[in-house]
Design a protein around this ligand. Structure first.
Ligand SMILES: *[C@@H]1O[C@H](CO)[C@@H](O)[C@H](O)[C@H]1NC(C)=O
Ligand SMILES: *[C@@H]1O[C@H](CO)[C@@H](O)[C@H](O)[C@H]1NC(C)=O
Ligand SMILES: *[C@@H]1O[C@H](CO)[C@@H](O)[C@H](O)[C@H]1NC(C)=O
Ligand SMILES: *[C@@H]1O[C@H](CO)[C@@H](O)[C@H](O)[C@H]1NC(C)=O
Ligand SMILES: *[C@@H]1O[C@H](CO)[C@@H](O)[C@H](O)[C@H]1NC(C)=O
Length: 462
């Protein structure tokens, strides 16, 4: 009897748990939406966004790869900067897949590239769309009422798909560079490995983007555009691309010059990406990062930048779901190391992770609305991944804990309040905000999430 009673009790309390979980999610969502609604866009601001554009081809990773046919005696997770053979492709894929980490790699073997693109044509779930950081961020800004100048290299067919308020100031190409996006859900299996979270592995074999051919026409249009915000993104296409270091440095210097030619009324944001080439990352730190007011990045890119700034080495892989305290410690260090830049000292840093959004701004800087921006970034994360502008709580869960410490050293704890889900506090001359993400459980797509989320945050801060 007792045992039965215990089971019934357990069932009931489980049921109550799930009801209260649902109520908690609802409170959080309502609070986030309220903050978003209270801060509508004012006026019609202008953003100029470069560089690069492509056609994204999305396929279900496990459908295209057919991992059960792989020779698992030979395929071992390991990292290759550039992919030169099918084995290297398989090894690099599982290396990131087993950790659920997003990555993007250049395939130098045209044979491997063609066999993958050919295989993608047979996949039923195949979808195509505008791709590339600059076009995707442009779309988010335009949908939110901004005017956008886009510096990209795209075919007329792809330019057609843009928004009415995006002016195209790039160069035209007959064929778009194609990016193959291998999406996988949480729990997807590839051989003996299982994905601990939903994510994607991106491969490309670009011809156009790495040369940043949009640079000149974009620069010309920029001269008279006078944007409120300039965004530099998409530079990962040059990473590991077979160009001489000197040639890459020349391109970075031209971009740097474009950044330096902006007046003080233009804020500059740089969106990080998956970089592994040491010399290239060093050059980014030398020519690009010192001229940006604001940086955006994900949970992999933050430790990578930190590691490069601190030790001069590249970090290829980090936890795909880091603790808040760890992220905040990295953010403080990175912020401090970049606050003495001779160009534009950093005044804003946005880190997007699966479980939460974190934005740090410097007091007295011109970034406004940090709390609403963090809330909007969090809502955008769910909307993007679920592929719907209405947040459906049946398809959402909270991964962030009920409390978090603000640092691994200080041990100050902040308790989560579902009626005020965005926690903000001050530390010296910095303002911090953290918002939990209502993590989407029925993933429509992960690719482009960072672009959508970063843009979502910036939209309310300029
Ligand atoms: C991808 O394929 C796997 C295995 O075939 C399946 O479980 C999953 O639902 C598919 N995902 C999508 C987004 O279609
Ligand atoms: C484009 O911008 C104009 C001027 O701000 C605005 O009136 C119009 O609604 C925008 N178009 C779209 C499709 O958002
Ligand atoms: C980089 O170098 C530091 C100091 O030598 C070391 O502690 C760290 O583990 C290295 N990081 C990576 C990612 O190799
Ligand atoms: C930046 O400058 C401040 C004050 O001038 C100094 O305290 C700090 O150590 C410097 N940081 C770095 C990383 O050089
Ligand atoms: C960004 O998210 C919105 C939902 O807010 C979605 O409609 C849109 O398709 C996403 N943008 C891109 C470029 O994927």
């Amino acid at each position: 009897m007792l045992a039965i009673a215990a089971i019934i009790y357990q069932r009931q309390s489980k049921h109550e748990d799930s009801v209260s979980d649902q109520e908690k999610l609802e409170k959080i969502l309502n609070a986030l939406l309220k903050i978003e609604r209270k801060n509508p866009l004012e006026g019609s601001p202008r953003a100029a966004i470069g560089y690069g554009g492509c056609l994204d081809v999305l396929v279900n990773a496990t459908d295209i790869l057919k991992c059960d046919t792989w020779d698992w005696d030979h395929v071992k997770p390991s990292h290759h900067d550039t992919i030169r053979s099918y084995l290297e492709f398989q090894e690099t894929f599982v290396y990131f897949f087993q950790h659920g980490a997003a990555a993007e790699r250049y395939i130098s073997s045209k044979e491997v590239w063609h066999s993958l693109t050919k295989a993608s044509q047979k996949i039923n779930s195949r979808r195509e769309g505008v791709g590339g950081n600059a076009p995707l961020m442009s779309l988010r800004f335009a949908h939110e009422g901004w005017q956008v100048l886009l510096g990209a290299m795209m075919s007329p067919r792809l330019v057609e798909l843009l928004h009415q308020n995006i002016s195209f100031a790039g160069s035209s190409t007959p064929e778009d560079d194609l990016h193959l996006i291998l999406e996988y859900p949480l729990g997807a299996k590839c051989g003996p490995y299982e994905a601990p979270r939903a994510n994607r592995f991106i491969v490309h074999s670009d011809e156009n983007n790495p040369k940043v051919s949009a640079l000149t026409p974009f620069g010309e249009a920029l001269r008279t555009y006078n944007p409120h915000l300039l965004i530099v993104s998409g530079l990962q296409m040059m990473d590991n691309f077979p160009l001489q270091d000197e040639e890459k440095r020349g391109i970075l210097k031209s971009i740097s010059y474009q950044m330096q030619s902006m007046g003080p009324d233009t804020q500059i944001h740089f969106e990080m990406a998956s970089f592994t080439e040491k010399e290239f990352l060093e050059d980014l730190i030398k020519y690009i990062i010192p001229h940006a007011d604001s940086l955006g990045m994900n949970e992999q890119e933050l430790p990578n930048l930190f590691s490069m700034l601190t030790y001069g080495n590249v970090s290829i892989l980090s936890s795909s779901n880091p603790r808040v305290a760890t992220t905040l410690d990295y953010m403080r260090r990175v912020f401090s190391m970049l606050s003495n830049s001779t160009g534009r000292p950093i005044t804003r840093l946005h880190v997007h992770t699966l479980a939460y959004q974190a934005i740090v701004t410097k007091k007295g800087s011109s970034w406004k609305n940090t709390m609403p921006a963090t809330a909007k970034a969090s809502l955008t994360a769910n909307r993007h991944v679920c592929g719907s502008s209405n947040v459906n709580l049946e398809k959402a869960r909270l991964i962030m804990d009920d409390s978090f410490s603000t640092s691994q050293v200080q041990q100050e704890r902040i308790w989560f309040n579902e009626r005020k889900p965005v926690s903000c506090w001050e530390e010296g001359n910095l303002d911090f905000c953290i918002a939990p993400v209502l993590v989407c459980t029925e993933v429509h797509q992960t690719v482009g999430g960072g672009d959508n989320i970063s843009a979502g945050g910036l939209i309310l801060q300029v």
